[in-house]
Write a protein that binds this ligand. Structure first.
Ligand code: ATP
Length: 365
């Protein structure tokens, strides 16, 4: 009988609760005990029954649709140090956990992969210090780890969709639908800034789904002059055809080809100065993370949670830690370390202005 723990880590995303629910219930269904690590890696570092809690079938009642994460999440600096991970190792062993499923972004999954690779040396140290008995040492020689990606930005390599991305997209589209009404009434332009870090997925998809006039994303930078000219030309053309509203979507990571950030206010100034449009800025902020998970995220999180439980039960000490991905509509296990490596390389390539490399890395996934 295995003891499987689940945690949510990094930024919250709608669907994380559905993932926790699926892990807990799939674990119990397969005759295992299920646990939740509260407050992300902070809960591992602190340990004890308050932070590593056994979960029953009924404990996750109502989790399927709810946004946020009911078991908490945190940015935990202590876990980035070996000392913190040593504490985490000790606390997991004390709780009798032999497999851990982490739902989070690339930072959380980097931490998970590091934890698993360090595990043998961590337990050796605990045994040497007399912190764990020989019996516990023998029983916990290996920790199986599996990742699921809970993240609204949809910027994790090797998976087509991340848990939370479609809920966030839905929120953005609804907000722009509301903005449309007022923009039309006053014949105004609106510049809407959306989240996404280095990734323009949310901005691009929202732009298509709401028929925005212009979209600025990090993956397609151009010189200041070029994007301004192009945007003004398109917006003027639409206005000349009788359109009363103009919507421009700016991804938070949008940049020029010489790496200067493009803010929503920059865009507003251009629309005011060059086209004389009455222009307002709306920064959607955290509403993009809030609210219930849409059906797709509930479904993705549920299937991935069930698959994650199967994966940790299948893993041997030699199996690389898996990431549960969705690839062309099929659930697949990918090497976690590889996914994290490609994601980081894309971000670094964009930071270094090497856009061709960033695109070819994305295409190669
Ligand atoms: P989001 O993309 O929503 O920000 P994330 O998972 O990338 O999610 P991070 O803040 O980067 O969020 O990471 C969450 C936590 O994971 C950190 O607070 C830390 O505890 C752990 N973590 C991140 N990177 C590492 C690392 N290199 N080594 C060990 N632990 C890490």
């Amino acid at each position: 009988r295995r003891n499987i723990a689940v945690m949510t880590s990094g930024g919250d995303a709608p669907g994380m609760n559905a993932n926790v629910r699926a892990v807990v219930r799939a674990a119990i269904f397969r005759g295992c005990k299920a646990y939740a690590v509260m407050e992300g890696y902070e809960g591992l570092v602190r340990g004890g029954p308050e932070y590593i809690k056994e979960m029953t079938w009924h404990d996750v009642k109502g989790y399927l649709s709810e946004g946020g994460t009911k078991i908490g999440t945190a940015r935990c600096m202590a876990f980035k140090e070996r000392k913190g991970r040593l504490q985490g190792c000790k606390h997991l062993i004390e709780a009798g956990i032999d497999a851990l499923i982490v739902c989070g972004g690339d930072g959380s999954l980097t931490g998970a992969d590091l934890f698993r690779s360090e595990w043998p040396s961590l337990i050796d140290e605990l045994r040497k210090n007399g912190d764990i008995s020989e019996e516990k040492y023998q029983k916990h020689k290996h920790l199986n780890i599996c990742g699921t990606v809970g993240l609204i930005d949809n910027d994790m390599a090797t998976t087509d969709a991340t848990i939370g991305a479609y809920s966030s997209l839905d929120r953005i589209c609804k907000a722009i639908d509301y903005i449309d009404a007022t923009a039309n009434s006053h014949s105004r332009a609106f510049v809407v800034e959306v989240m996404g870090r280095h990734c323009g997925w949310l901005a691009l998809m929202a732009g298509i789904a709401t028929s925005a006039d212009y979209i600025l994303i990090p993956e397609k930078p151009s010189s200041s002059q070029d994007w301004q000219d192009q945007m003004c030309k398109i917006v003027s053309k639409h206005r000349a055809k009788g359109k009363r509203k103009s919507i421009v979507i700016v991804a938070e990571g949008a940049i020029t080809s010489d790496l200067q950030p493009i803010s929503a206010n920059n865009v507003k100034d251009v629309l005011v100065d060059r086209l004389g449009l009455d222009t307002r800025v709306t920064t959607l902020g955290h509403v993009q993370r809030g609210g219930n998970a849409v059906a797709y995220d509930r479904f993705l999180a549920t299937l991935q949670g069930v698959e994650a439980v199967k994966a940790v039960l299948d893993c041997t000490p030699d199996t690389p830690s898996p990431l549960i991905a969705i690839d062309e509509n099929k659930l697949v296990r990918k090497p976690l370390v590889e996914a994290v490596k490609i994601t980081k390389s894309v971000a670094t390539a964009i930071e270094n202005k090497d856009f061709d490399k960033a695109m070819s890395l994305r295409d190669s996934e």
